[in-house]
Design a protein around this ligand. Structure first.
Ligand code: NAD
Length: 507
């Protein structure tokens, strides 16, 4: 396998950062935050993590900006996001290069991630004229009962390595049109993409005359995030990452009665019914399970197949898996890039050992691909006799466990028998089965699909999941409501003072 050397990756990173206007932002010779590329495992540059007082200052700046930003009419706030969308379009390939360098995504997926940013900006610009409140009929004569949505305050965005820019844009584009300001702590594994986005948003703010404090970037690992989580000036903490992280963040924010939007792990499954169009199903399964080297929150990790077609489905998926090329994510023809690092490979191999001990059979894959650097693995397809504990966990790597079922009720029970509730799908051409899967006693996930895989959501829908996935919703539909506060307004335009519920008080 031919992998580019770290020097050439470093040059590409420097060129992409410079193109985004971030040439001199942050790098230092003695920094302790290492920007690495999973392509080789080598160092791209050294950065200085934010000190605690810098995090506090960033929140204070964002709060000062909020006091002005909240009074700017929402459609004019939309102009900032429109400009950001234009700059993202102009720098699509620069940002995609950084995503590939830092997260290891193949070029097509990296470009897709930046397209998602552009799409959500477009959505948010439209939304800036549609932050509707309702008018309710008042029970009292001469009264009007309405609700108004107001900006909330400073939003802390804490993001994961595997969607280093899209998750930021889902939050930031919506928060900005809602009148909030943002402090972003990206994953410590992907600081350069964040520096580039911050530079583009700064430029957009200058171009439209918005306060530059509408966005602040802080860099570092968990402790930097904790500082944001505990800051009482932060009105909403939107945190994306592992369930472990959510367990730490959720109670801390609740302790100070802050608001939290959690987007945590998933253990996503697809049911394959006897009537499924298998050509279509296999394509959907392979993209969802092996795409992004199994490192999406929505990656397909469990396949629940009717016993009558299980051998055929496994044969077809295995045949597709054997044709997947793992390697340099920049190279044409590569479909599986590197794992993010050694820990991911260790987790993958440990899970496979446990699966075998539980009676599982590795049909194909699960091997480390020879390389001097980086951690590359072939996606693993594993038949399991039962849904054992390893199958019920999220291993953030390309492992697809196959289970079988006899009745749809049994398939749905297996499907829901995991702690997470993010994404799900059913492959069937039987409308009754499809509807049953989508019904209230069907899939218990925030995303339930028919005849497409579990990954690759569009920005127009609300994104998020139930149970240990955290319950948050981001991006489209009415997710914007999490970024605003609601005021109920009663106006009395009569000369009487009737009390609600007919209460009489005094005369
Ligand atoms: P992670 O939990 O290790 O880190 C995520 C972010 O949280 C990072 O920025 C990290 O620095 C920060 N963090 C960690 N501990 C913290 C603490 N105590 N306080 C504040 N911040 C803290 O996750 P990861 O390895 O970067 O990403 C992979 C995980 O994220 C997977 O579980 C995946 O399913 C999940 N994920 C979920 C979604 C979603 O929308 N549901 C999207 C992407 C990734």
């Amino acid at each position: 396998m031919i992998i580019p050397d770290t020097d050439s990756l470093r040059d590409r990173a420097a060129a992409a950062l410079a193109a985004c206007g971030a040439r001199d932002d942050h790098p230092t010779a003695d920094g302790t935050l290492i920007a690495r590329s999973p392509i080789t495992g080598g160092t791209l540059c050294l950065l200085t993590p934010s000190e605690p007082e810098q995090v506090t200052a960033a929140v204070a700046d964002a709060h000062d900006a909020f006091l002005r930003w909240r009074t700017v009419p929402a459609p004019r706030r939309g102009a900032l996001v429109r400009r950001l969308g234009e700059l993202l379009t102009e720098h699509k390939s620069d940002l995609a290069t950084l995503v590939t360098l830092e997260a290891g995504k193949i070029t097509a997926e990296a470009l897709g991630e930046v397209q998602e940013m552009i799409d959500v900006c477009e959505f948010a610009v439209g939304l800036s004229r549609q932050l509707y409140g309702r008018t309710m009929p008042s029970e009292r004569p001469g009264h009007r009962l309405t609700e108004t949505w107001h900006p909330l305050g400073v939003v802390a965005v804490i993001s994961a390595f595997n969607f280093p820019v899209a998750v930021w844009s889902w939050n930031t584009a919506i928060a900005l049109v809602c009148g909030d300001t943002v402090v972003w702590k990206p994953s410590e594994l992907t600081p350069l993409t964040a520096i580039a986005c911050d530079a583009l948003l700064r430029r957009a703010a200058e171009d439209v005359g918005a306060p530059t404090g509408v966005h602040r970037l802080v860099l570092g690992a968990g402790p930097v995030g904790e500082r944001l989580v505990d800051d009482p000036t932060v009105a909403l903490v939107s945190a994306t990452g592992s369930v472990r992280m959510g367990r730490e963040v959720g109670p801390r924010v609740a302790q100070r009665f802050g608001r939290c939007l959690l987007e945590l792990g998933g253990n996503n499954a697809a049911v394959v019914a006897p009537s499924a169009d298998l050509d279509l199903a296999v394509r959907g399964i392979v993209f969802s399970a092996a795409g992004t080297a199994g490192q999406r929150c929505t990656s397909l990790r469990r396949l629940i197949v009717h016993s009558s077609i299980a051998d055929e489905v496994v044969k077809r998926v295995a045949s597709a898996y054997r044709q997947l090329r793992a390697g340099d994510p920049f190279a044409e023809g590569t479909l599986v890039g590197p794992l993010i690092g050694e820990r991911a490979w260790d987790a993958m191999s440990a899970a496979l050992v446990r699966a075998r001990a539980d009676g599982g059979t590795v049909v194909c894959g699960g091997e480390r691909v020879e390389s001097d650097s980086g951690h590359y693995a072939t996606p693993a397809l594993v038949r399991m006799p039962a849904q054992t504990s390893v199958v019920r966990e999220e291993t953030f790597a390309p492992i697809l466990y196959v289970l079988t079922y006899e009745t749809l009720g049994e398939a749905i029970t297996l499907h829901n028998e995991v702690p997470h509730g993010l994404s799900s799908s059913i492959f069937t051409t039987d409308q009754r089965e499809a509807e049953r899967f989508l019904a209230s006693d069907g899939s218990d996930c925030g995303i339930a699909n028919v005849n497409i895989g579990t990954s690759g959501a569009e920005i127009g829908g609300a994104f998020g999941g139930e149970k240990e996935t955290g319950g948050g919703r981001e991006s489209g539909s009415d997710s914007w409501k999490a970024y605003m506060r609601r005021a109920t307004n009663t106006v009395n335009y009569s000369d009487q003072l009737p009390l609600a519920q007919g209460v009489r008080f005094g005369r």
